[in-house]
Design a protein around this ligand. Structure first.
Ligand code: NA7
Length: 537
């Protein structure tokens, strides 16, 4: 990649996952000259990094893929919810179809960038000391670009293998006959535990907060089924943007207590049977707003889940009678046999809220009750400095030289969840204050990507070379994001949605909670009415 040094390009994109590839494809069609800098060795973003055992997408296809006809026309999947290996193949197919890689510099990590006003160019620095310049600077770094490690004593002393989920060895880890610890019960922890239990001698999950996991209802799908359905894809993709979270289903237009207890029970049953996120995102419309409604859903979830666990102690840790938090205000994982697996005598769950981890020793993990459990492999599924961590860690400086980590120290300010005041000609997607974590990735990426591309097209047509959000527009956007969130039950739960998973991180809503259609409307109005909230020149 010698071309990186002294590279001059019209558009420089950071990240070659769903977002970066989409931007490049659409911008190329308009004649923009684009390059991508990617820290990893391959395309795929999170699907390049996430190769831990059981890594799998929690959204079914064809919702979780591009709406680009050239791409879907020659592609079929083997399962409703594909695993990472198949997703990696999908990105190879995307590359073959859209000819992406020729404009990607891999293993090129951006560590600094600043807009240079005199030349009207972004000056971008890479970790290995090279410099590139571009008129536009687009960030598609995803919401999980900065991994989160716990700070326990003794981690370096452990004699077995210890890996973070997002840094799993490409060649895999042999867990056959081994004692495996999984720390963390987000989507990742649930998947690792489930998968490694197939080979391991034992799996012990260290749980701080129970995951209110939902049945995935995985299914194989045939090529014929998919080929037949492809005629409907354009309609499916159009409708995807009309739903709150960019799925093929949406909340129903009834409140929980509009139905009789029998109707409600039947409704919940139906959601469970359909599987996936239906019990979350196609539930009653007051689920995420009203405490009593939410409790009703939780009670159903607990009843269903408790019935799957015969061990009374484990049952109370995994699915307590009292909700640990409002259902759906932390992301539910999709599980396949998580509860049955942990119910087995050789496997265990440790409640580390009751007895926190104090130390890692050469042979295992010690908890506050002085108990030492011994392991051969420790999987850290402790998550990420989500949503803002990646961008705060890239050395992004505003026109006055102030680093973004400084600007976002006490909280997050952006305009439309795609621009920042003081960062002219810079756009980002799938990050802070957009629909990000409350939506299906490809839906969010296409919604925001289209807006960015249309904005750049309008700038070009109107011969505008400079665009920067105003401070007032940012204040107003932050107010909106907060106000939308405050109507929901999200602020009451400590989750990464609220920045609450990272010690010292300001607690605030990091995502736009108004749903994709409203979000899109607001962004379109700003563009269609002449770059409202921006200064242009
Ligand atoms: P998550 O969802 O942030 O989960 C991380 C888990 O690790 C969670 O259960 C945490 O407990 C736990 N955790 C974090 N730090 C610690 C420490 N220090 N000690 C013990 N336990 C800890 O990350 P994932 O990788 O599972 O998922 C990220 C998203 O990527 C996912 O939602 C998808 O959208 C894709 P807590 O809940 O904070 O009590």
């Amino acid at each position: 990649d010698s071309y990186v040094d002294n590279l001059e390009t019209e558009v420089l994109i950071v990240g070659a996952g769903f977002g970066g590839i989409y931007l490049m494809h659409k911008l190329r069609q308009l004649g923009f000259k684009c390059k991508i800098f990617e820290a990893g060795k391959e395309l795929g973003g999170i699907w390049h990094w996430n190769c831990y055992p059981g890594a799998r997408v929690d959204t079914q296809i064809p919702i979780y893929e591009y709406s680009i006809p050239e791409v879907y026309k020659d592609w079929t999947w083997s399962q409703r919810y594909p695993g990472f290996a198949e997703l990696r193949k999908y990105f190879e197919h995307v590359d073959k179809t859209l000819d992406i890689k020729k404009d990607v510099a891999f293993e090129t990590r951006v560590v600094g960038a600043q807009y240079d006003k005199p030349s009207g160019k972004w000056v971008v620095n890479t970790e290995d000391g090279r410099t590139a310049r571009s008129k536009y600077f687009l960030l598609a770094t995803g919401f999980a670009a900065k991994r989160h490690f716990p700070d326990w004593m003794g981690m370096d002393k452990f004699k077995g293998e210890i890996h973070h989920s997002s840094f799993w060895p490409d060649a895999g880890v042999n867990v056959k006959g081994k004692r495996v610890a999984v720390v963390g019960t987000g989507s990742t922890g649930v998947q690792i535990a489930q998968e490694t239990a197939k080979d391991a001698a034992s799996v012990t999950v260290f749980q701080r907060t129970p995951n209110l996991a939902l049945p995935m209802q995985q299914q194989g799908i045939t090529e014929e089924e998919q080929e037949q359905r492809k005629a409907q894809y354009p309609e499916i993709y159009k409708n995807r943007m009309k739903t709150f979270a960019g799925f093929q289903y949406d909340f129903v237009q009834r409140n929980t207590f509009d139905d009789s207890p029998e109707e409600r029970e039947a409704f919940y049953e139906e959601r469970f049977k359909k599987g996936g996120f239906e019990f979350w995102l196609a539930n009653y419309k007051d689920l995420l707003f009203e405490k009593d409604a939410n409790r009703e859903a939780y009670n159903f979830w607990a009843k269903k889940t408790r019935a799957r666990i015969s061990d009374a102690r484990k049952r109370d840790i995994l699915a307590p009678l009292d909700p640990p938090h409002a259902f759906g205000t932390k992301r539910p994982s999709l599980e396949q046999n998580y509860y049955e697996m942990l119910d087995k005598p050789e496997n265990d769950v440790v409640d580390i809220k009751a007895t926190p981890i104090v130390e890692v020793t050469d042979s295992g993990i010690k908890t506050e009750d002085s108990k030492l459990r011994e392991f051969d492999v420790i999987a850290l599924a402790t998550g990420f400095d989500s949503v803002t961590g990646g961008m705060k860690n890239m050395g992004l400086r505003d026109i006055d030289g102030v680093d973004l980590s400084e600007k976002w120290k006490m909280g997050t300010w952006s305009y439309l969840g795609m621009t920042c005041s003081g960062y002219p000609n810079m756009f980002f997607l799938y990050g802070a204050q957009g629909p990000t974590a409350f939506s299906n990735g490809p839906s969010c990426v296409e919604c925001q990507g289209d807006w960015i591309v249309d904005t750049m097209k309008a700038l070009k047509e109107q011969d505008i070379n400079y665009i920067d959000a105003t401070k007032e527009a940012e204040e107003e956007w932050r107010r909106k994001v907060t106000e939308l969130s405050d109507k929901t039950l999200f602020p009451g739960t400590s989750s990464w949605y609220m920045g609450a998973n990272i010690p010292g991180k300001p607690r605030e809503q990091l995502n736009y909670a108004g749903g994709i259609p409203l979000y899109e409307k607001e962004c379109r109005e700003a563009l269609d009415n002449g770059f409202v909230g921006f200064v242009t020149a």
